[in-house]
Design a protein. Structure first.
Length: 304
């Protein structure tokens, strides 16, 4: 079936084709940066990108690699047409070629590249976004921002971004060196939330540590040895910047001296620790619970 804006008038059947060679390089961070794009597959993730696109000028499809013989229903053809209408360039490839671009056992028929730098927020831009709006109500404004301290596992970061989206967090800030948010595993772990949650990466944490309190955030770290059990405290109520530490080392020593409070989760069995994405997810939902209590009782003072 011919497609509009098609760069070639034939199906690509060779992995040596320049379009395929460049796309396959996107598994590496340096090539994602050089080409200023990243690969996305999975119909659910692509559908979320399209759902958010009318409300965001940051989501820009570049190339759409597709194989109609791998389509199994009406969803993939619809997404192909909508992504093409959104400005993506459709490139028909053979099933074998598409499977070489796929991280899945078997491709669902679509693999799409998106512009990279448009999606990631600039640091100053994110701070402006996090600034509290002027309000005429006495109800406290409750916001959550996740701060990830040098996390290295792409699946953890992807899950945290997805959960942050689920609880309505304002943003995710990542301290370098951290895993690339555009890593294929990270993107898959977000299940599309990479397109909805504002995020940025920070080289030097000092400025963000001084700016967040000025924006009304309390700096709270997750730490099993220092934290008060979150279920018996209201440490997470209100506007919180929740700091989650590196998978192996926890929070950096330089951060520990700068945080306002710590929270922890009880460990009743033999496990010595929790996976950071699991702990972060539980704490995010506890923030949501405590913030709902705060909203329902606006005249009560929250004591940390």
């Amino acid at each position: 079936m011919p497609r509009r804006n098609h760069p070639v008038d034939f199906m690509i059947t060779s992995t040596r084709n320049p379009h395929i060679v460049q796309a396959r390089k996107l598994t590496q961070r340096k090539h994602r940066r050089q080409q200023n794009r990243f690969m996305v597959e999975g119909l659910q993730i692509l559908a979320m990108a399209l759902e958010i696109m009318p409300f965001s000028n940051r989501i820009e499809p570049v190339e759409i690699f597709y194989s109609e013989s791998l389509f199994t229903g009406k969803t993939a053809p619809r997404l192909l047409d909508e992504l093409t209408a959104a400005g993506g360039v459709p490139i028909e490839v053979s099933p074998d070629v598409l499977n070489t671009l796929s991280e899945r056992d078997k491709s669902q028929g679509l693999a799409v590249t998106f512009t990279l730098d448009r999606l990631e927020w600039e640091y100053d831009e994110l701070l402006d976004f996090l600034a509290p709006p002027r309000r005429r109500t006495s109800t406290p404004l409750t916001r959550l921002t996740l701060v990830l301290d040098k996390l290295q596992d792409p699946s953890n970061v992807g899950t945290i971004i997805r959960t942050a989206d689920a609880v309505g967090a304002a943003a995710v800030i990542m301290f370098e060196p951290c895993v690339d948010p555009f890593d294929t595993k990270t993107v898959r772990g977000t299940m599309g939330s990479l397109f909805t949650v504002p995020f940025t990466r920070v080289q030097e944490p000092d400025e963000i540590l001084s700016q967040l309190p000025k924006l009304g955030y309390r700096l709270v770290g997750a730490d099993a040895s220092l934290g008060e059990t979150t279920y018996i405290s209201n440490t997470l109520a209100g506007s919180v910047a929740l700091f989650l530490g590196n998978e192996a080392r926890g929070l950096s020593p330089e951060l520990r001296r700068r945080l306002d409070a710590y929270v922890s989760l009880p460990l009743r069995g033999h496990a010595e620790s929790l996976n950071v994405s699991v702990a972060g997810g539980v704490l995010m939902y506890e923030w949501l619970r405590q913030s709902q209590v705060l909203k329902n009782q606006p005249d009560k003072r929250v004591v940390s």
